[in-house]
Design a protein around this ligand. Sequence first.
Ligand SMILES: Nc1nc2c(ncn2[C@@H]2O[C@H](COP(=O)(O)OP(=O)(O)OP(=O)(O)O)[C@@H](O)[C@H]2O)c(=O)[nH]1
Ligand SMILES: [Mg+2]
Length: 318
Amino acid sequence: MVDVPDLVEQARQGKPRAVARLISLVEGASPQLREVMAALAPLTGGAYVVGLTGSPGVGKSTSTSALVTAYRKIGKRVGVLAVDPSSPFSGGALLGDRVRMSDHASDPGVYIRSMATRGHLGGLAWSAPQAIRVLDAAGCEVILVETVGVGQSEVEIASQADTSVVLLAPGMGDGIQAAKAGILEIGDVYVVNKADRDGADATVRELNHMLGLGEARAAGDWRPPIVKTIAARAQGVDEVVEALEKHRAWMEERGVLAERRRARAAHEVETIAVTALRERIGDLRGDRRLGALAERIARGELDPYAAADELIAGITKG
Ligand SMILES: Nc1nc2c(ncn2[C@@H]2O[C@H](COP(=O)(O)OP(=O)(O)OP(=O)(O)O)[C@@H](O)[C@H]2O)c(=O)[nH]1
Ligand SMILES: [Mg+2]
């Protein structure tokens, strides 16, 4: 058993080991999470959460690392969460992340963590927001969340940020791939990285067209900017920070930030509740109650809807 109040206090002071420990509790879906989250709740709300998403290899980690440097320059405490849908120990991508991120390894103002789910039922959609809460409570003023823009839950995580950044690179039909993956709709800021390669301007044009950025918008609507970067040389990164700050200011002026955070909280609750329900229903397999209901359905005495209602009523009673 973990001494939760002590661990939370240490995390609040920004002690990396305590933060790591708390995120491990999230990853492992620890039964002590209820206590942890209750203790963290009053400490949260200070962080600005930025999601970065895009196809594999587009330069998310390189950009994240460059953004960390940029935010450190202006004195912000930064948290990074690299969300990996598979195991954190397989695949070269994360190894690459570690190498690049090691630039910041000795900086106490930066906390970097990659996270996987180890097959928990709720998956990343369940765990990522809770890991973000840990970093928020630990005093990170900016939290950068890197997710690969493939798969529904990764896109979902990215779309739950305060500001979502969608990265593309020239060539490879990246724009079309992004559109297929459903990440084109979620961008508040678009980045065309690898601008040192041929075709960056064509990608910007293509993106402009796909997003309908040429079309008229209502006055005061957010018009997602497209920023060209060479993340590997930290070029254009200050412009990305500028675009992020503009979006944040725009959201604050219009109450959009508060609205997004409420929507995020609602989504979080829903995910936790649905996961808990699914777990309880899963536990019922082979259970007498479910068996009895199935028996009545098979005999034509009961329809499956009525049975499902009865089942839900039964498991939510306690
Ligand atoms: N030419 C060029 N290469 C870049 C640039 N930015 C990143 N790269 C390279 O692109 C490769 C992939 O970069 P990453 O930052 O690991 O990309 P990622 O999107 O995080 O990749 P995954 O996490 O595997 O999806 C690396 O070899 C980088 O060095 C750039 O601006 N120009
Ligand atoms: Mg990466």
